[in-house]
Design a protein around this ligand. Structure first.
Ligand SMILES: [Fe+2]
Length: 376
């Protein structure tokens, strides 16, 4: 006998016929949903925006961080920013190559190159990278970054304590959103290891957030060939073809780029808005994400639904308190035809903690940025 609660929709009072379309006059639609955008859901039509609070007392509130202001602390090693037992976000702004190799024994890594370029030397061979690249480096890979000189570097590391997977896109087929043909893999150097110059090589291994140095009399990146299906890889946000509907605001889950246990990573890429029906909502709906903490890292473009947010900033909306479009975006949504934005979103089922680096660059007024809605 199943214990699954019944998914039987009921309706009461003034509602729209369809979700996100033709809202009753003067109402704000809130999606109250379980399990992200896939579980039982009720749409509530409210007279006031749920983010129209006058003030908040207590630790639970939306956060924003200007990571540009904290980059100076992350030039020699990545700095932890937000995390839980499933995923940890780090920022890194290397100014030159590290003299040693590194290996993460705690987790798999997805690096997002927010600014800068260079090449990543790995066990599997080198990967050239540039702005907008994701570099996926499986747990246990030995590597080091060679950032290009003269350009500012700003990388976001999404460290996952379970393996990253590319999502199955079901009826959309194998080539929608991100065609696997756009994924680059490193090529092993046919000549074998780079010259060792008789020096001692250091490898720094992270295990349970402690570091151990291992020394070799030869360059440990000495692979002359590899064969298999576990390897580092690269793709760029420009290769992403967003899934859209001209007549319906799709949930953010359609932008899922990588998945792992208890979190998803999504990429918002430039896309036309819902211009095919004047009654279709064009901005994200209000919701409280009751079972997900939501982090967005803003990469490039104009972030229409969030006033005052520019590239290199994070927003962090924890479970239990609402978020939704800023008042200006909500009011102007029907004049907007294109979302020219790149952003990376990490949605986690378990609550995230802000580490000192994040706290040091928090934009404390962000929680008051919906104030225009605070009308009785
Ligand atoms: Fe959201």
């Amino acid at each position: 006998m199943s214990h699954k609660p019944p998914q039987i929709p009921f309706s009461s009072g003034t509602v729209s016929k369809q979700t996100h379309v033709d809202l009753p006059n003067g109402t704000f639609e809130e999606e109250y949903g379980r399990q992200g955008f896939f579980g039982r859901t009720t749409h509530l039509y409210r007279k006031n925006a749920p983010t129209g609070w006058t003030r908040i007392d207590g630790p639970l509130h939306p956060h924003a961080y200007d990571a540009n202001a904290a980059l100076g602390t992350a030039t020699t090693a990545p700095k932890r920013f937000l995390g839980n037992d499933d995923v940890c976000l780090w920022i890194y702004a290397p100014q030159k190559q590290t003299p040693h190799y590194v290996r993460n024994a705690d987790g798999d890594e997805a690096w997002f190159i927010h600014a800068g370029s260079g090449f990543l030397e790995t066990d599997f061979g080198p990967l050239k990278y540039r702005k907008g690249d994701y570099l996926v480096v499986p747990r246990g890979t030995t590597y080091r970054f060679f950032p290009d000189a003269g350009a500012p570097q700003f990388y976001l590391l999404i460290e996952s304590f379970s393996e990253f997977e590319l999502p199955d896109r079901g009826s959309l087929g194998r080539h929608a959103f991100l065609d696997p043909a756009c994924i680059d893999v490193p090529q092993a150097a046919a000549s074998g290891a780079p010259a060792t110059d008789g020096k001692e090589w250091k490898l720094k291994i992270k295990r349970q957030n402690e570091y151990t140095d291992v020394y070799y009399p030869f360059n440990p990146l000495n692979v002359v060939g590899w064969r298999g299906d576990a390897f580092a890889y690269r793709f760029n946000v420009e290769d992403i073809r967003p899934i859209i509907s001209p007549r319906f605001h799709l949930p953010p889950s359609v932008h899922t780029t990588l998945m792992a246990k208890n979190f998803v990573l999504c990429t918002f890429a430039p896309r036309p808005m819902e211009t095919g029906d004047p009654k279709a909502q064009r901005v994200p709906f209000f919701h409280s994400n009751i079972e997900f903490d939501e982090v967005i890292f803003y990469h490039d473009g104009d972030f229409f639904s969030r006033s005052g947010i520019t590239p290199g900033m994070f927003t962090f909306h924890p479970q239990g308190i609402h978020h939704g479009p800023h008042p200006k975006a909500f009011a102007n949504q029907f004049s907007k035809e294109f979302a020219q934005e790149y952003a990376v979103m990490i949605d986690t089922t378990r609550p995230l903690k802000a580490f000192d680096t994040a706290v040091s660059c928090e934009m404390v007024d962000y929680k008051n940025s919906w104030k225009e809605y605070a009308k009785p």
